[in-house]
Design a protein around this ligand. Structure first.
Ligand SMILES: *[C@@H]1O[C@H](CO)[C@@H](O)[C@H](O)[C@H]1NC(C)=O
Ligand SMILES: *[C@@H]1O[C@H](CO)[C@@H](O)[C@H](O)[C@H]1NC(C)=O
Length: 283
């Protein structure tokens, strides 16, 4: 399945019926709301023609926060990828507290890491989402790593991820190494656009969840995890993209590295990611 197909699938899912939590069943209150909307519609058509009522659409759509969560598919010897499982788990919970999550699974290759940046480049000023959270798997990780920046560094399948010559201490110097930039015109590092002041780690978890270890990370590595984070951030900066429905200056983009499920179950990790999302989208 190509990236267009998975994007289309994700967009379809976005438009799929949502499960609303904590809402009452249809009652008289809803009848009143429909009656008022119908009156407004008739009033606007009579004032300005059939296109006029659609001016109200952004107002009604503003209600729910839309968050895209991407997870990489299994690669190498993996048969499952915790990133894909967590993204799917979050999306399966529907809309909670006014936040709706769409999951997108991406192959661990160049088309996978370009999918979201390409979609963003096609949206002129407002993104279709209010925040984007990319999830990736890190086999040696003992906990959750919230990445604070991405480096302008092209992933390669032919280079060992631990190839010498790259260091987060001197991130811009690729002289004499096998490393190449993603975009030679772009900055060496891009910081996450998520409002970090709202993420006071460690987040308080419920008593049965162990606190995740390894919270902040300043090195997203040299593979596709770093590359997707960089490409999406670059698309946000280049397009001056704002969230769909709130007023942050730039669309929040976050990357979180996940440990094996033996360290943190899909449910535990999902709980953590959900809390991060609630914080970065709080208006
Ligand atoms: C990436 O992987 C997907 C799924 O396996 C495949 O369809 C696509 O052609 C691959 N793209 C590249 C650039 O390797
Ligand atoms: C960059 O790395 C090369 C090779 O290790 C070294 O010779 C050079 O001095 C470095 N440049 C800077 C500005 O640190």
């Amino acid at each position: 399945m190509g990236r267009e197909a998975s994007l289309r699938e994700a967009l379809l899912r976005e438009g799929a019926p949502e499960r609303h939590f904590g809402e009452h069943a249809h009652g008289w209150r809803d009848v009143w709301v429909y009656a008022v909307v119908a009156c407004l519609f008739i009033l606007l058509v009579s004032m300005g023609g059939p296109a006029q009522p659609f001016l109200l659409l952004p107002f009604f759509m503003r209600g729910k926060i839309q968050v895209l969560v991407t997870g990489f598919e299994p690669f190498g010897d993996l048969t499952t990828n915790p990133a894909q499982l967590v993204a799917a788990h979050l999306a399966s919970e529907g809309c909670k507290a006014g936040v709706c999550i769409t999951a997108m699974h991406l192959p661990v290759n160049r088309s996978g890491v370009e999918t979201v940046a390409d979609a963003l480049s096609q949206s002129p000023s407002n993104s279709p989402w209010d925040a984007i959270v990319h999830l990736g798997y890190e086999s040696v990780s003992k906990g959750l790593r919230v990445e604070i920046a991405a480096a302008n560094l092209l992933a390669s399948d032919h280079r060992s991820p631990s190839a010498p010559g790259w260091s987060a201490d001197v991130p811009c110097n690729t002289t004499g190494t096998e490393f190449e930039p993603i975009d030679p015109e772009a900055p060496c590092l891009l910081a996450t656009t998520a409002p970090l002041d709202r993420i006071d780690l460690p987040l308080p978890m419920s008593p049965d969840y162990p606190q995740p270890l390894e919270l902040w990370s300043r090195d997203a590595g040299t593979y596709y995890c770093n590359e997707i984070f960089y490409r999406t951030l670059l698309a946000v900066h280049r397009g001056h993209l704002r969230p769909r429905s709130h007023h942050a200056v730039l669309l929040p983009v976050l990357f979180v590295h996940l440990p094996p499920t033996s360290f943190s179950s899909v449910e535990t990790t999902s709980g953590f990611i959900w809390k991060l999302i609630a914080r970065i989208t709080k208006i």
